[in-house]
Ligand binder design. Structure first.
Ligand code: MF3
Ligand code: CO
Ligand code: CO
Length: 288
């Protein structure tokens, strides 16, 4: 029962959690209600950055595997299984599985779902757009990335939204430089998105990532100044993950307490990379 008579997505049925071999190291939060509070900062040495890159490469490779297999008629649970199998067969743990009770190995956000869609028996159809968000935990660190997949038959307005959302991520990354406040990233994203009249989601943000899935550092995707004035430093690692919509930036939460949808059911796109701040800008850590 993927869509109602207006074509809007409604909750489907969840399948059982997928298994992870016992030899794969779990993050500390698995089996607990919430992660332990993060004590460290967001700056990493070369060795740790290399480990985040290795985790990020697996997450990105899992998205490549999804892209190669995706066909209309597949369910979001089938997409999740492809990502799960890729991550675990590369020796990593899918970070979302058991994170604050989240039941699946990826987030699959279709059409008007902004983020955190839970894979279920919803069938992906021609004309749909799907965000898949995968985080891999390897050697004690997380790499977090997401991207959009367009099914055949997407309208021009929607494909423009998808392309411009990716461009907004590139512009956000270009604003990264040591010594600047993190809110310059959001300013770059929002000023680009506003040209097209897009909604810019404010309440879901980028975040510090590395030892912890979400470190507490917030990276806004809108011009939040003077808020979010953390100064970027060389070696700082965080995600940038703008969500743009064809309508409002306002959202509703489903009763599952995860799925975030646009209040006006307008379609929405997101792209995410984990990056490290270098002397010269941002270097992406989530490439295949
Ligand atoms: N990967 C998502 C992010 O970009 C977080 C998902 S948390 C989950 O931060 F629990 F919803 F999976
Ligand atoms: Co993230
Ligand atoms: Co993510």
């Amino acid at each position: 029962m993927p869509k109602d008579s207006n074509g809007q997505i409604i909750p489907g049925t969840l399948s059982a959690a997928l298994a992870v071999a016992p030899g794969i190291r779990r993050p500390e939060y698995v089996g607990k209600a919430a992660p332990s509070p993060y004590e460290g900062d967001n700056v990493y040495d070369t060795d740790a950055i290399e480990r985040i890159r290795n985790a990020g490469r697996i997450a990105s490779g899992a998205l490549d595997a999804v892209g190669a297999a995706l066909r209309p008629g597949m369910t979001t649970a089938e997409v999740d299984a492809i990502g799960h199998d890729y991550v675990t067969s590369h020796g990593a743990y899918p970070s979302t599985l058991g994170y604050r009770g989240y039941p699946k190995s990826s987030c699959t956000s279709l059409n008007e779902i902004i983020c955190h869609g839970i894979p279920d028996d919803t069938v992906i159809e021609d004309g749909d757009i799907l965000n898949v968000d995968i985080t891999a935990f390897l050697e004690g660190v997380h790499g977090d990335t997401n991207r959009m997949f367009m099914l055949p038959g997407v309208s021009q307005d929607v494909s423009d939204l998808v392309e411009r959302t990716e461009e907004s991520l590139r512009r956000g990354m270009k604003a990264v430089a040591p010594g600047r406040q993190v809110n310059v990233i959001g300013r770059a994203i929002e000023s680009y998105a506003k040209r097209f009249g897009y909604g810019v989601v404010r309440d879901f943000t980028g975040h510090g990532v590395g030892t912890n899935f979400h470190s507490g550092l917030i990276i806004p995707h809108y011009d939040s100044a003077p808020q979010y004035d953390d100064i970027m430093e060389v070696g700082m690692v965080f995600t940038i993950e703008p969500m743009l919509t064809l309508g409002t930036h306002e959202w509703n939460m489903w009763d599952d307490n995860w799925t975030v949808v646009t209040k006006d059911a307008s379609w929405t796109a997101q792209f995410e990379h984990t990056i490290v701040v270098t002397e010269t800008g941002a270097e992406i850590l989530t490439l295949s």
